[in-house]
Design a protein around this ligand. Structure first.
Ligand SMILES: Cc1cc2nc3c(=O)[nH]c(=O)nc-3n(C[C@H](O)[C@H](O)[C@H](O)COP(=O)(O)O)c2cc1C
Length: 307
């Protein structure tokens, strides 16, 4: 399996949720960009758990260390390696589901494909992996902001009461994240397979628990007249960015791990009732905006280097 994203600006993501650490290696970043641990940290802090009642109570400080590629506060053009140590694992929570496949999660698919997996915290299927994306994306967005004035802003519009209610009932809910890319560089992307929108879709749908992607008017475009739609600034034409702002929407499914009792299958093919313990996000979309921004920055940075 590959854990590398991008062609020229590449992100390698490594580490398991309950292993020693999670990390990223960014290759292809031009020399001379000012980067510090404090700068990267502000984005990781937006992603980290335990910040409110409506996210998982797992408390990780998620402190990043830069191991290479930065000298006297600036990138040297060599691989930038970053590490975040895992601190607050409760691996025992996962003993009870070691042999059980959580409905809606990756457990059964991983066993079917690989025959062996780190079940603690979901291993590689855990969204702790997205630390690597946020760390790498923070470098990409800084470069694009300084060079082109590009800004990435994602928000979630969800009512906290619905999340609290789902949580109270041992359940979870989904949500939609809206992304605005302001001042994207012009002429990014290619006309056939490497269309900007295709690469953004791939990047967004590579985030765990995503189930939908829209760009511009998205699905609504199907119900519009040409005369109406042509007035709308779409941001990409023929796969190539026009320099106009780009709007995307990403749908997240409800968190699969819920404490509400449900039917599940185990490794021996038996069925039984399970109630999943441990600390889980009642709505994964709440922590997703910074991950969405980071993936968009990685895509645009990689395309910018290909200009
Ligand atoms: C920010 C974020 C946090 C998540 N937190 C949890 C969680 O606490 N519990 C859980 O079961 N799944 C969580 N997920 C979702 C799983 O990672 C995801 O459902 C799983 O990897 C299977 O992938 P799929 O849903 O895309 O098929 C989270 C996803 C994201 C993006």
């Amino acid at each position: 399996m590959s854990s590398v994203f991008g062609k020229l600006f590449t992100l390698s993501s490594w580490g398991e949720s309950h292993g020693k650490a999670i990390g990223a290696v960014v290759d292809g970043c031009p020399a001379g960009l000012e980067i510090s641990e404090e700068y990267i940290q502000q984005f990781l802090d937006r992603r980290k758990p335990g910040q409110s009642a409506i996210t998982t109570q797992r408390k990780e400080s998620d402190l990043v260390k830069i191991l290479s590629g930065v000298f006297e506060g600036k990138t040297t053009g060599t691989p930038i390696s970053m590490i975040v140590e895992n601190a607050d694992q409760h691996s025992a929570d996962y003993e009870q589901i070691k042999d059980w496949w959580r409905p809606g999660h990756a457990d059964e698919a991983y066993d079917s494909k690989y025959g062996f997996r780190d079940y603690r915290g979901g291993g590689r299927s855990s969204a702790r992996e997205t630390i690597a994306r946020v760390a790498g994306g923070s470098i990409a967005r800084k470069f694009l902001k300084e060079k082109c004035g590009t800004e990435f802003t994602a928000t979630i519009n969800i009512d906290n009461n619905s999340i609290e209610n789902a949580k109270k009932n041992g359940d979870s809910i989904g949500g939609i994240v809206s992304l605005t890319i302001k001042n994207p560089p012009k002429n990014l992307g290619e006309p056939v397979f490497d269309r900007t929108e295709a690469l953004l879709a791939m990047a967004m749908l590579s985030i765990p628990a995503t189930r939908g992607f829209e760009i511009g008017k998205g699905f609504e475009a199907a119900n519009m007249l040409g005369s109406e739609h042509n007035k709308f600034a779409d941001g990409t034409y023929g796969g190539i960015t026009s320099g106009e702002d780009i709007l995307c929407r990403i749908a997240f499914k409800p968190t699969p791990s819920i404490s509400k009792t449900q039917m599940a299958k185990n490794k021996n093919g038996a069925f039984g009732e399970i109630s999943i313990k441990g600390r889980h996000d009642p709505c994964v979309a709440v922590r997703a905006p910074v991950i969405v921004e980071s993936m968009a920055a990685l895509v645009l940075m990689d395309l910018w280097l290909q200009l």
